[in-house]
Write a protein that binds this ligand. Structure first.
Ligand SMILES: Nc1ncnc2c1ncn2[C@@H]1O[C@H](COP(=O)(O)OP(=O)(O)O)[C@@H](O)[C@H]1O
Ligand SMILES: [Mg+2]
Length: 314
C-alpha cells in the first residue's frame, strides 16, 4: 500500500496559459487548467493527448524547467517556485533525469562523456577535473550495460551512432546520476520498433528497480559494491543540497526491502526509488504504464477500462 510518504512530486491547481498566437486579440489560451496530480515512487505514468494539448508544457512545469504558472508544484513537500534559481538548477541536475525525443547529445563528445554530463554538472562547483574517476567509469559502464550498449566503446564518438543507439546513450545519461524522477518526452518518438521496445523495457525496469545499479549486471559485486562508500557520500550530499535534510532517501526504510518494491535489484545504500513520467503518443509505451492520464482542454483525466483500451488502440 502506498503511504503519503511515497509522494515524490505533487501538483496543486497548476494553471498555465499562453497568449493565443492564432488570434490578434491578446486572448490567452489555457493549456493547464488547474491540474492536481501526485507522482508516487515506483510509478510509471503516461501523459497522453493530442499534439498541442500541453504535454511538454506539463513536463516542463513538473520538472522545474518552467516556473511561470499559477498553483504549486512540490517536490518532497517543498515548493519548487519558492527555491532560488541555484537551488532549482541543482535540483534538476540531481533529482531529475530527462530524456527527449531529439536526444540532445553533444556531438563533439564521446559516448562516455555524454553519459557523464550529469555527474559533472553535480560536482561543477567542486574544482574537480573533467576526467572520469574510477567510480564514474564504473557507473558509466553500468548504465551503458543497462540500456543495452554494453558492447559499444565508451570512447566512441556519438556522431557514429545510429538513432536507436543515440536514444540509448540519452537514456544512460538520464539515469547515471540516479535521479528520483525520470521525465521522458516522447522517448520512442523517432525510433524503430526494436529500439522502442528496448527503451520501454529500460523505463519499466527503472520504475521497478529504481535508478540504482543492478546486482545482475556484469559489474555487479566487484565494481559497484567495492566503492559503495563514495557513492553513498555523494548521494547524501545530493540530498542535502537539493532535497533538504530527511529527503527522499530518508523514507526509503519505510517500505523496506520486503514490501511492494521487493523485486528491486539492490536494496540498501544504492537503492534510489524512482518514478518515471512520460509524455507519449506511443500506445506500446502507454500500455506498459500503470497510470495513463489524458490531457485535453487543460484537464488531466485518468483513462482506464474501456476508454483506455480505445485510447491505446493502434
Ligand atoms: N512558449 C510558448 N509560447 C506560446 N505558446 C506556447 C509556448 N509553448 C507552447 N505553446 C503552445 O502551447 C500548446 C501546448 O504545447 P505543448 O506543451 O508543446 O504540447 P504537446 O507537447 O502536447 O504537443 C501548443 O499550442 C503550443 O503552441
Ligand atoms: Mg510535446
Amino acid at each position: 500500500m502506498l503511504s503519503s510518504n511515497d509522494v515524490l512530486l505533487e501538483l496543486v491547481r497548476v494553471q498555465k496559459s499562453f497568449l493565443d498566437g492564432e488570434t490578434s486579440s491578446g486572448a490567452r489560451r489555457t493549456i493547464l487548467g488547474g491540474i492536481d496530480l501526485e507522482v508516487h515512487a515506483g510509478a510509471l505514468m503516461a501523459i497522453v493527448g493530442a499534439s498541442g494539448a500541453g504535454k511538454s508544457t506539463l513536463l516542463s512545469v513538473m520538472s522545474g524547467l518552467d516556473v511561470v504558472f499559477d498553483g504549486e508544484v512540490r517536490l518532497n513537500g517543498r515548493a519548487i517556485k519558492a527555491m532560488s534559481d541555484d537551488e532549482r538548477a541543482r535540483l534538476r541536475n540531481e533529482a531529475f533525469g530527462f530524456v527527449f525525443q531529439s536526444f540532445h547529445l553533444l556531438e563533439h563528445l564521446t559516448v562516455a562523456q555524454n553519459v557523464a554530463l550529469p555527474l559533472w554538472l553535480v560536482k561543477r562547483s567542486a574544482k574537480s577535473s573533467k576526467r572520469a574517476t574510477d567510480d564514474e567509469t564504473d557507473r558509466i559502464r553500468e548504465v551503458l550495460d543497462r540500456v543495452g550498449l554494453g558492447d559499444v566503446s565508451p570512447s566512441a564518438s556519438v556522431r557514429r551512432l545510429s538513432g536507436g543507439e543515440r536514444q540509448r546513450v540519452a537514456m544512460a545519461r538520464a539515469i547515471v546520476h540516479r535521479p528520483h524522477i525520470l521525465f521522458a518526452d516522447e522517448p520512442t518518438g523517432n525510433l524503430d520498433d526494436a529500439t522502442s521496445a528496448l527503451v520501454i523495457s529500460v523505463l519499466d525496469d527503472l520504475r521497478r528497480r529504481g535508478s540504482a545499479p543492478s546486482d545482475r549486471g556484469t559489474h555487479g559485486d566487484g565494481g559497484t559494491h567495492g566503492d559503495r562508500g563514495k557513492h553513498a557520500d555523494r548521494s547524501k550530499d545530493a540530498d542535502r543540497g537539493a532535497l533538504g535534510d530527511g529527503g527522499m532517501h530518508g523514507d526509503r526504510g519505510a517500505l523496506g526491502d520486503g514490501g511492494m518494491h521487493g523485486d528491486r535489484g539492490a536494496p540498501g545504500e544504492h537503492s534510489v526509488r524512482c518514478a518515471v513520467v512520460v509524455a507519449t503518443h506511443d500506445p506500446r509505451l502507454a500500455r506498459r504504464c500503470d497510470r495513463v492520464l489524458r490531457l485535453e482542454k487543460g484537464r488531466l483525466e485518468e483513462v482506464a477500462g474501456d476508454a483506455l483500451r480505445d485510447a491505446l488502440a493502434d
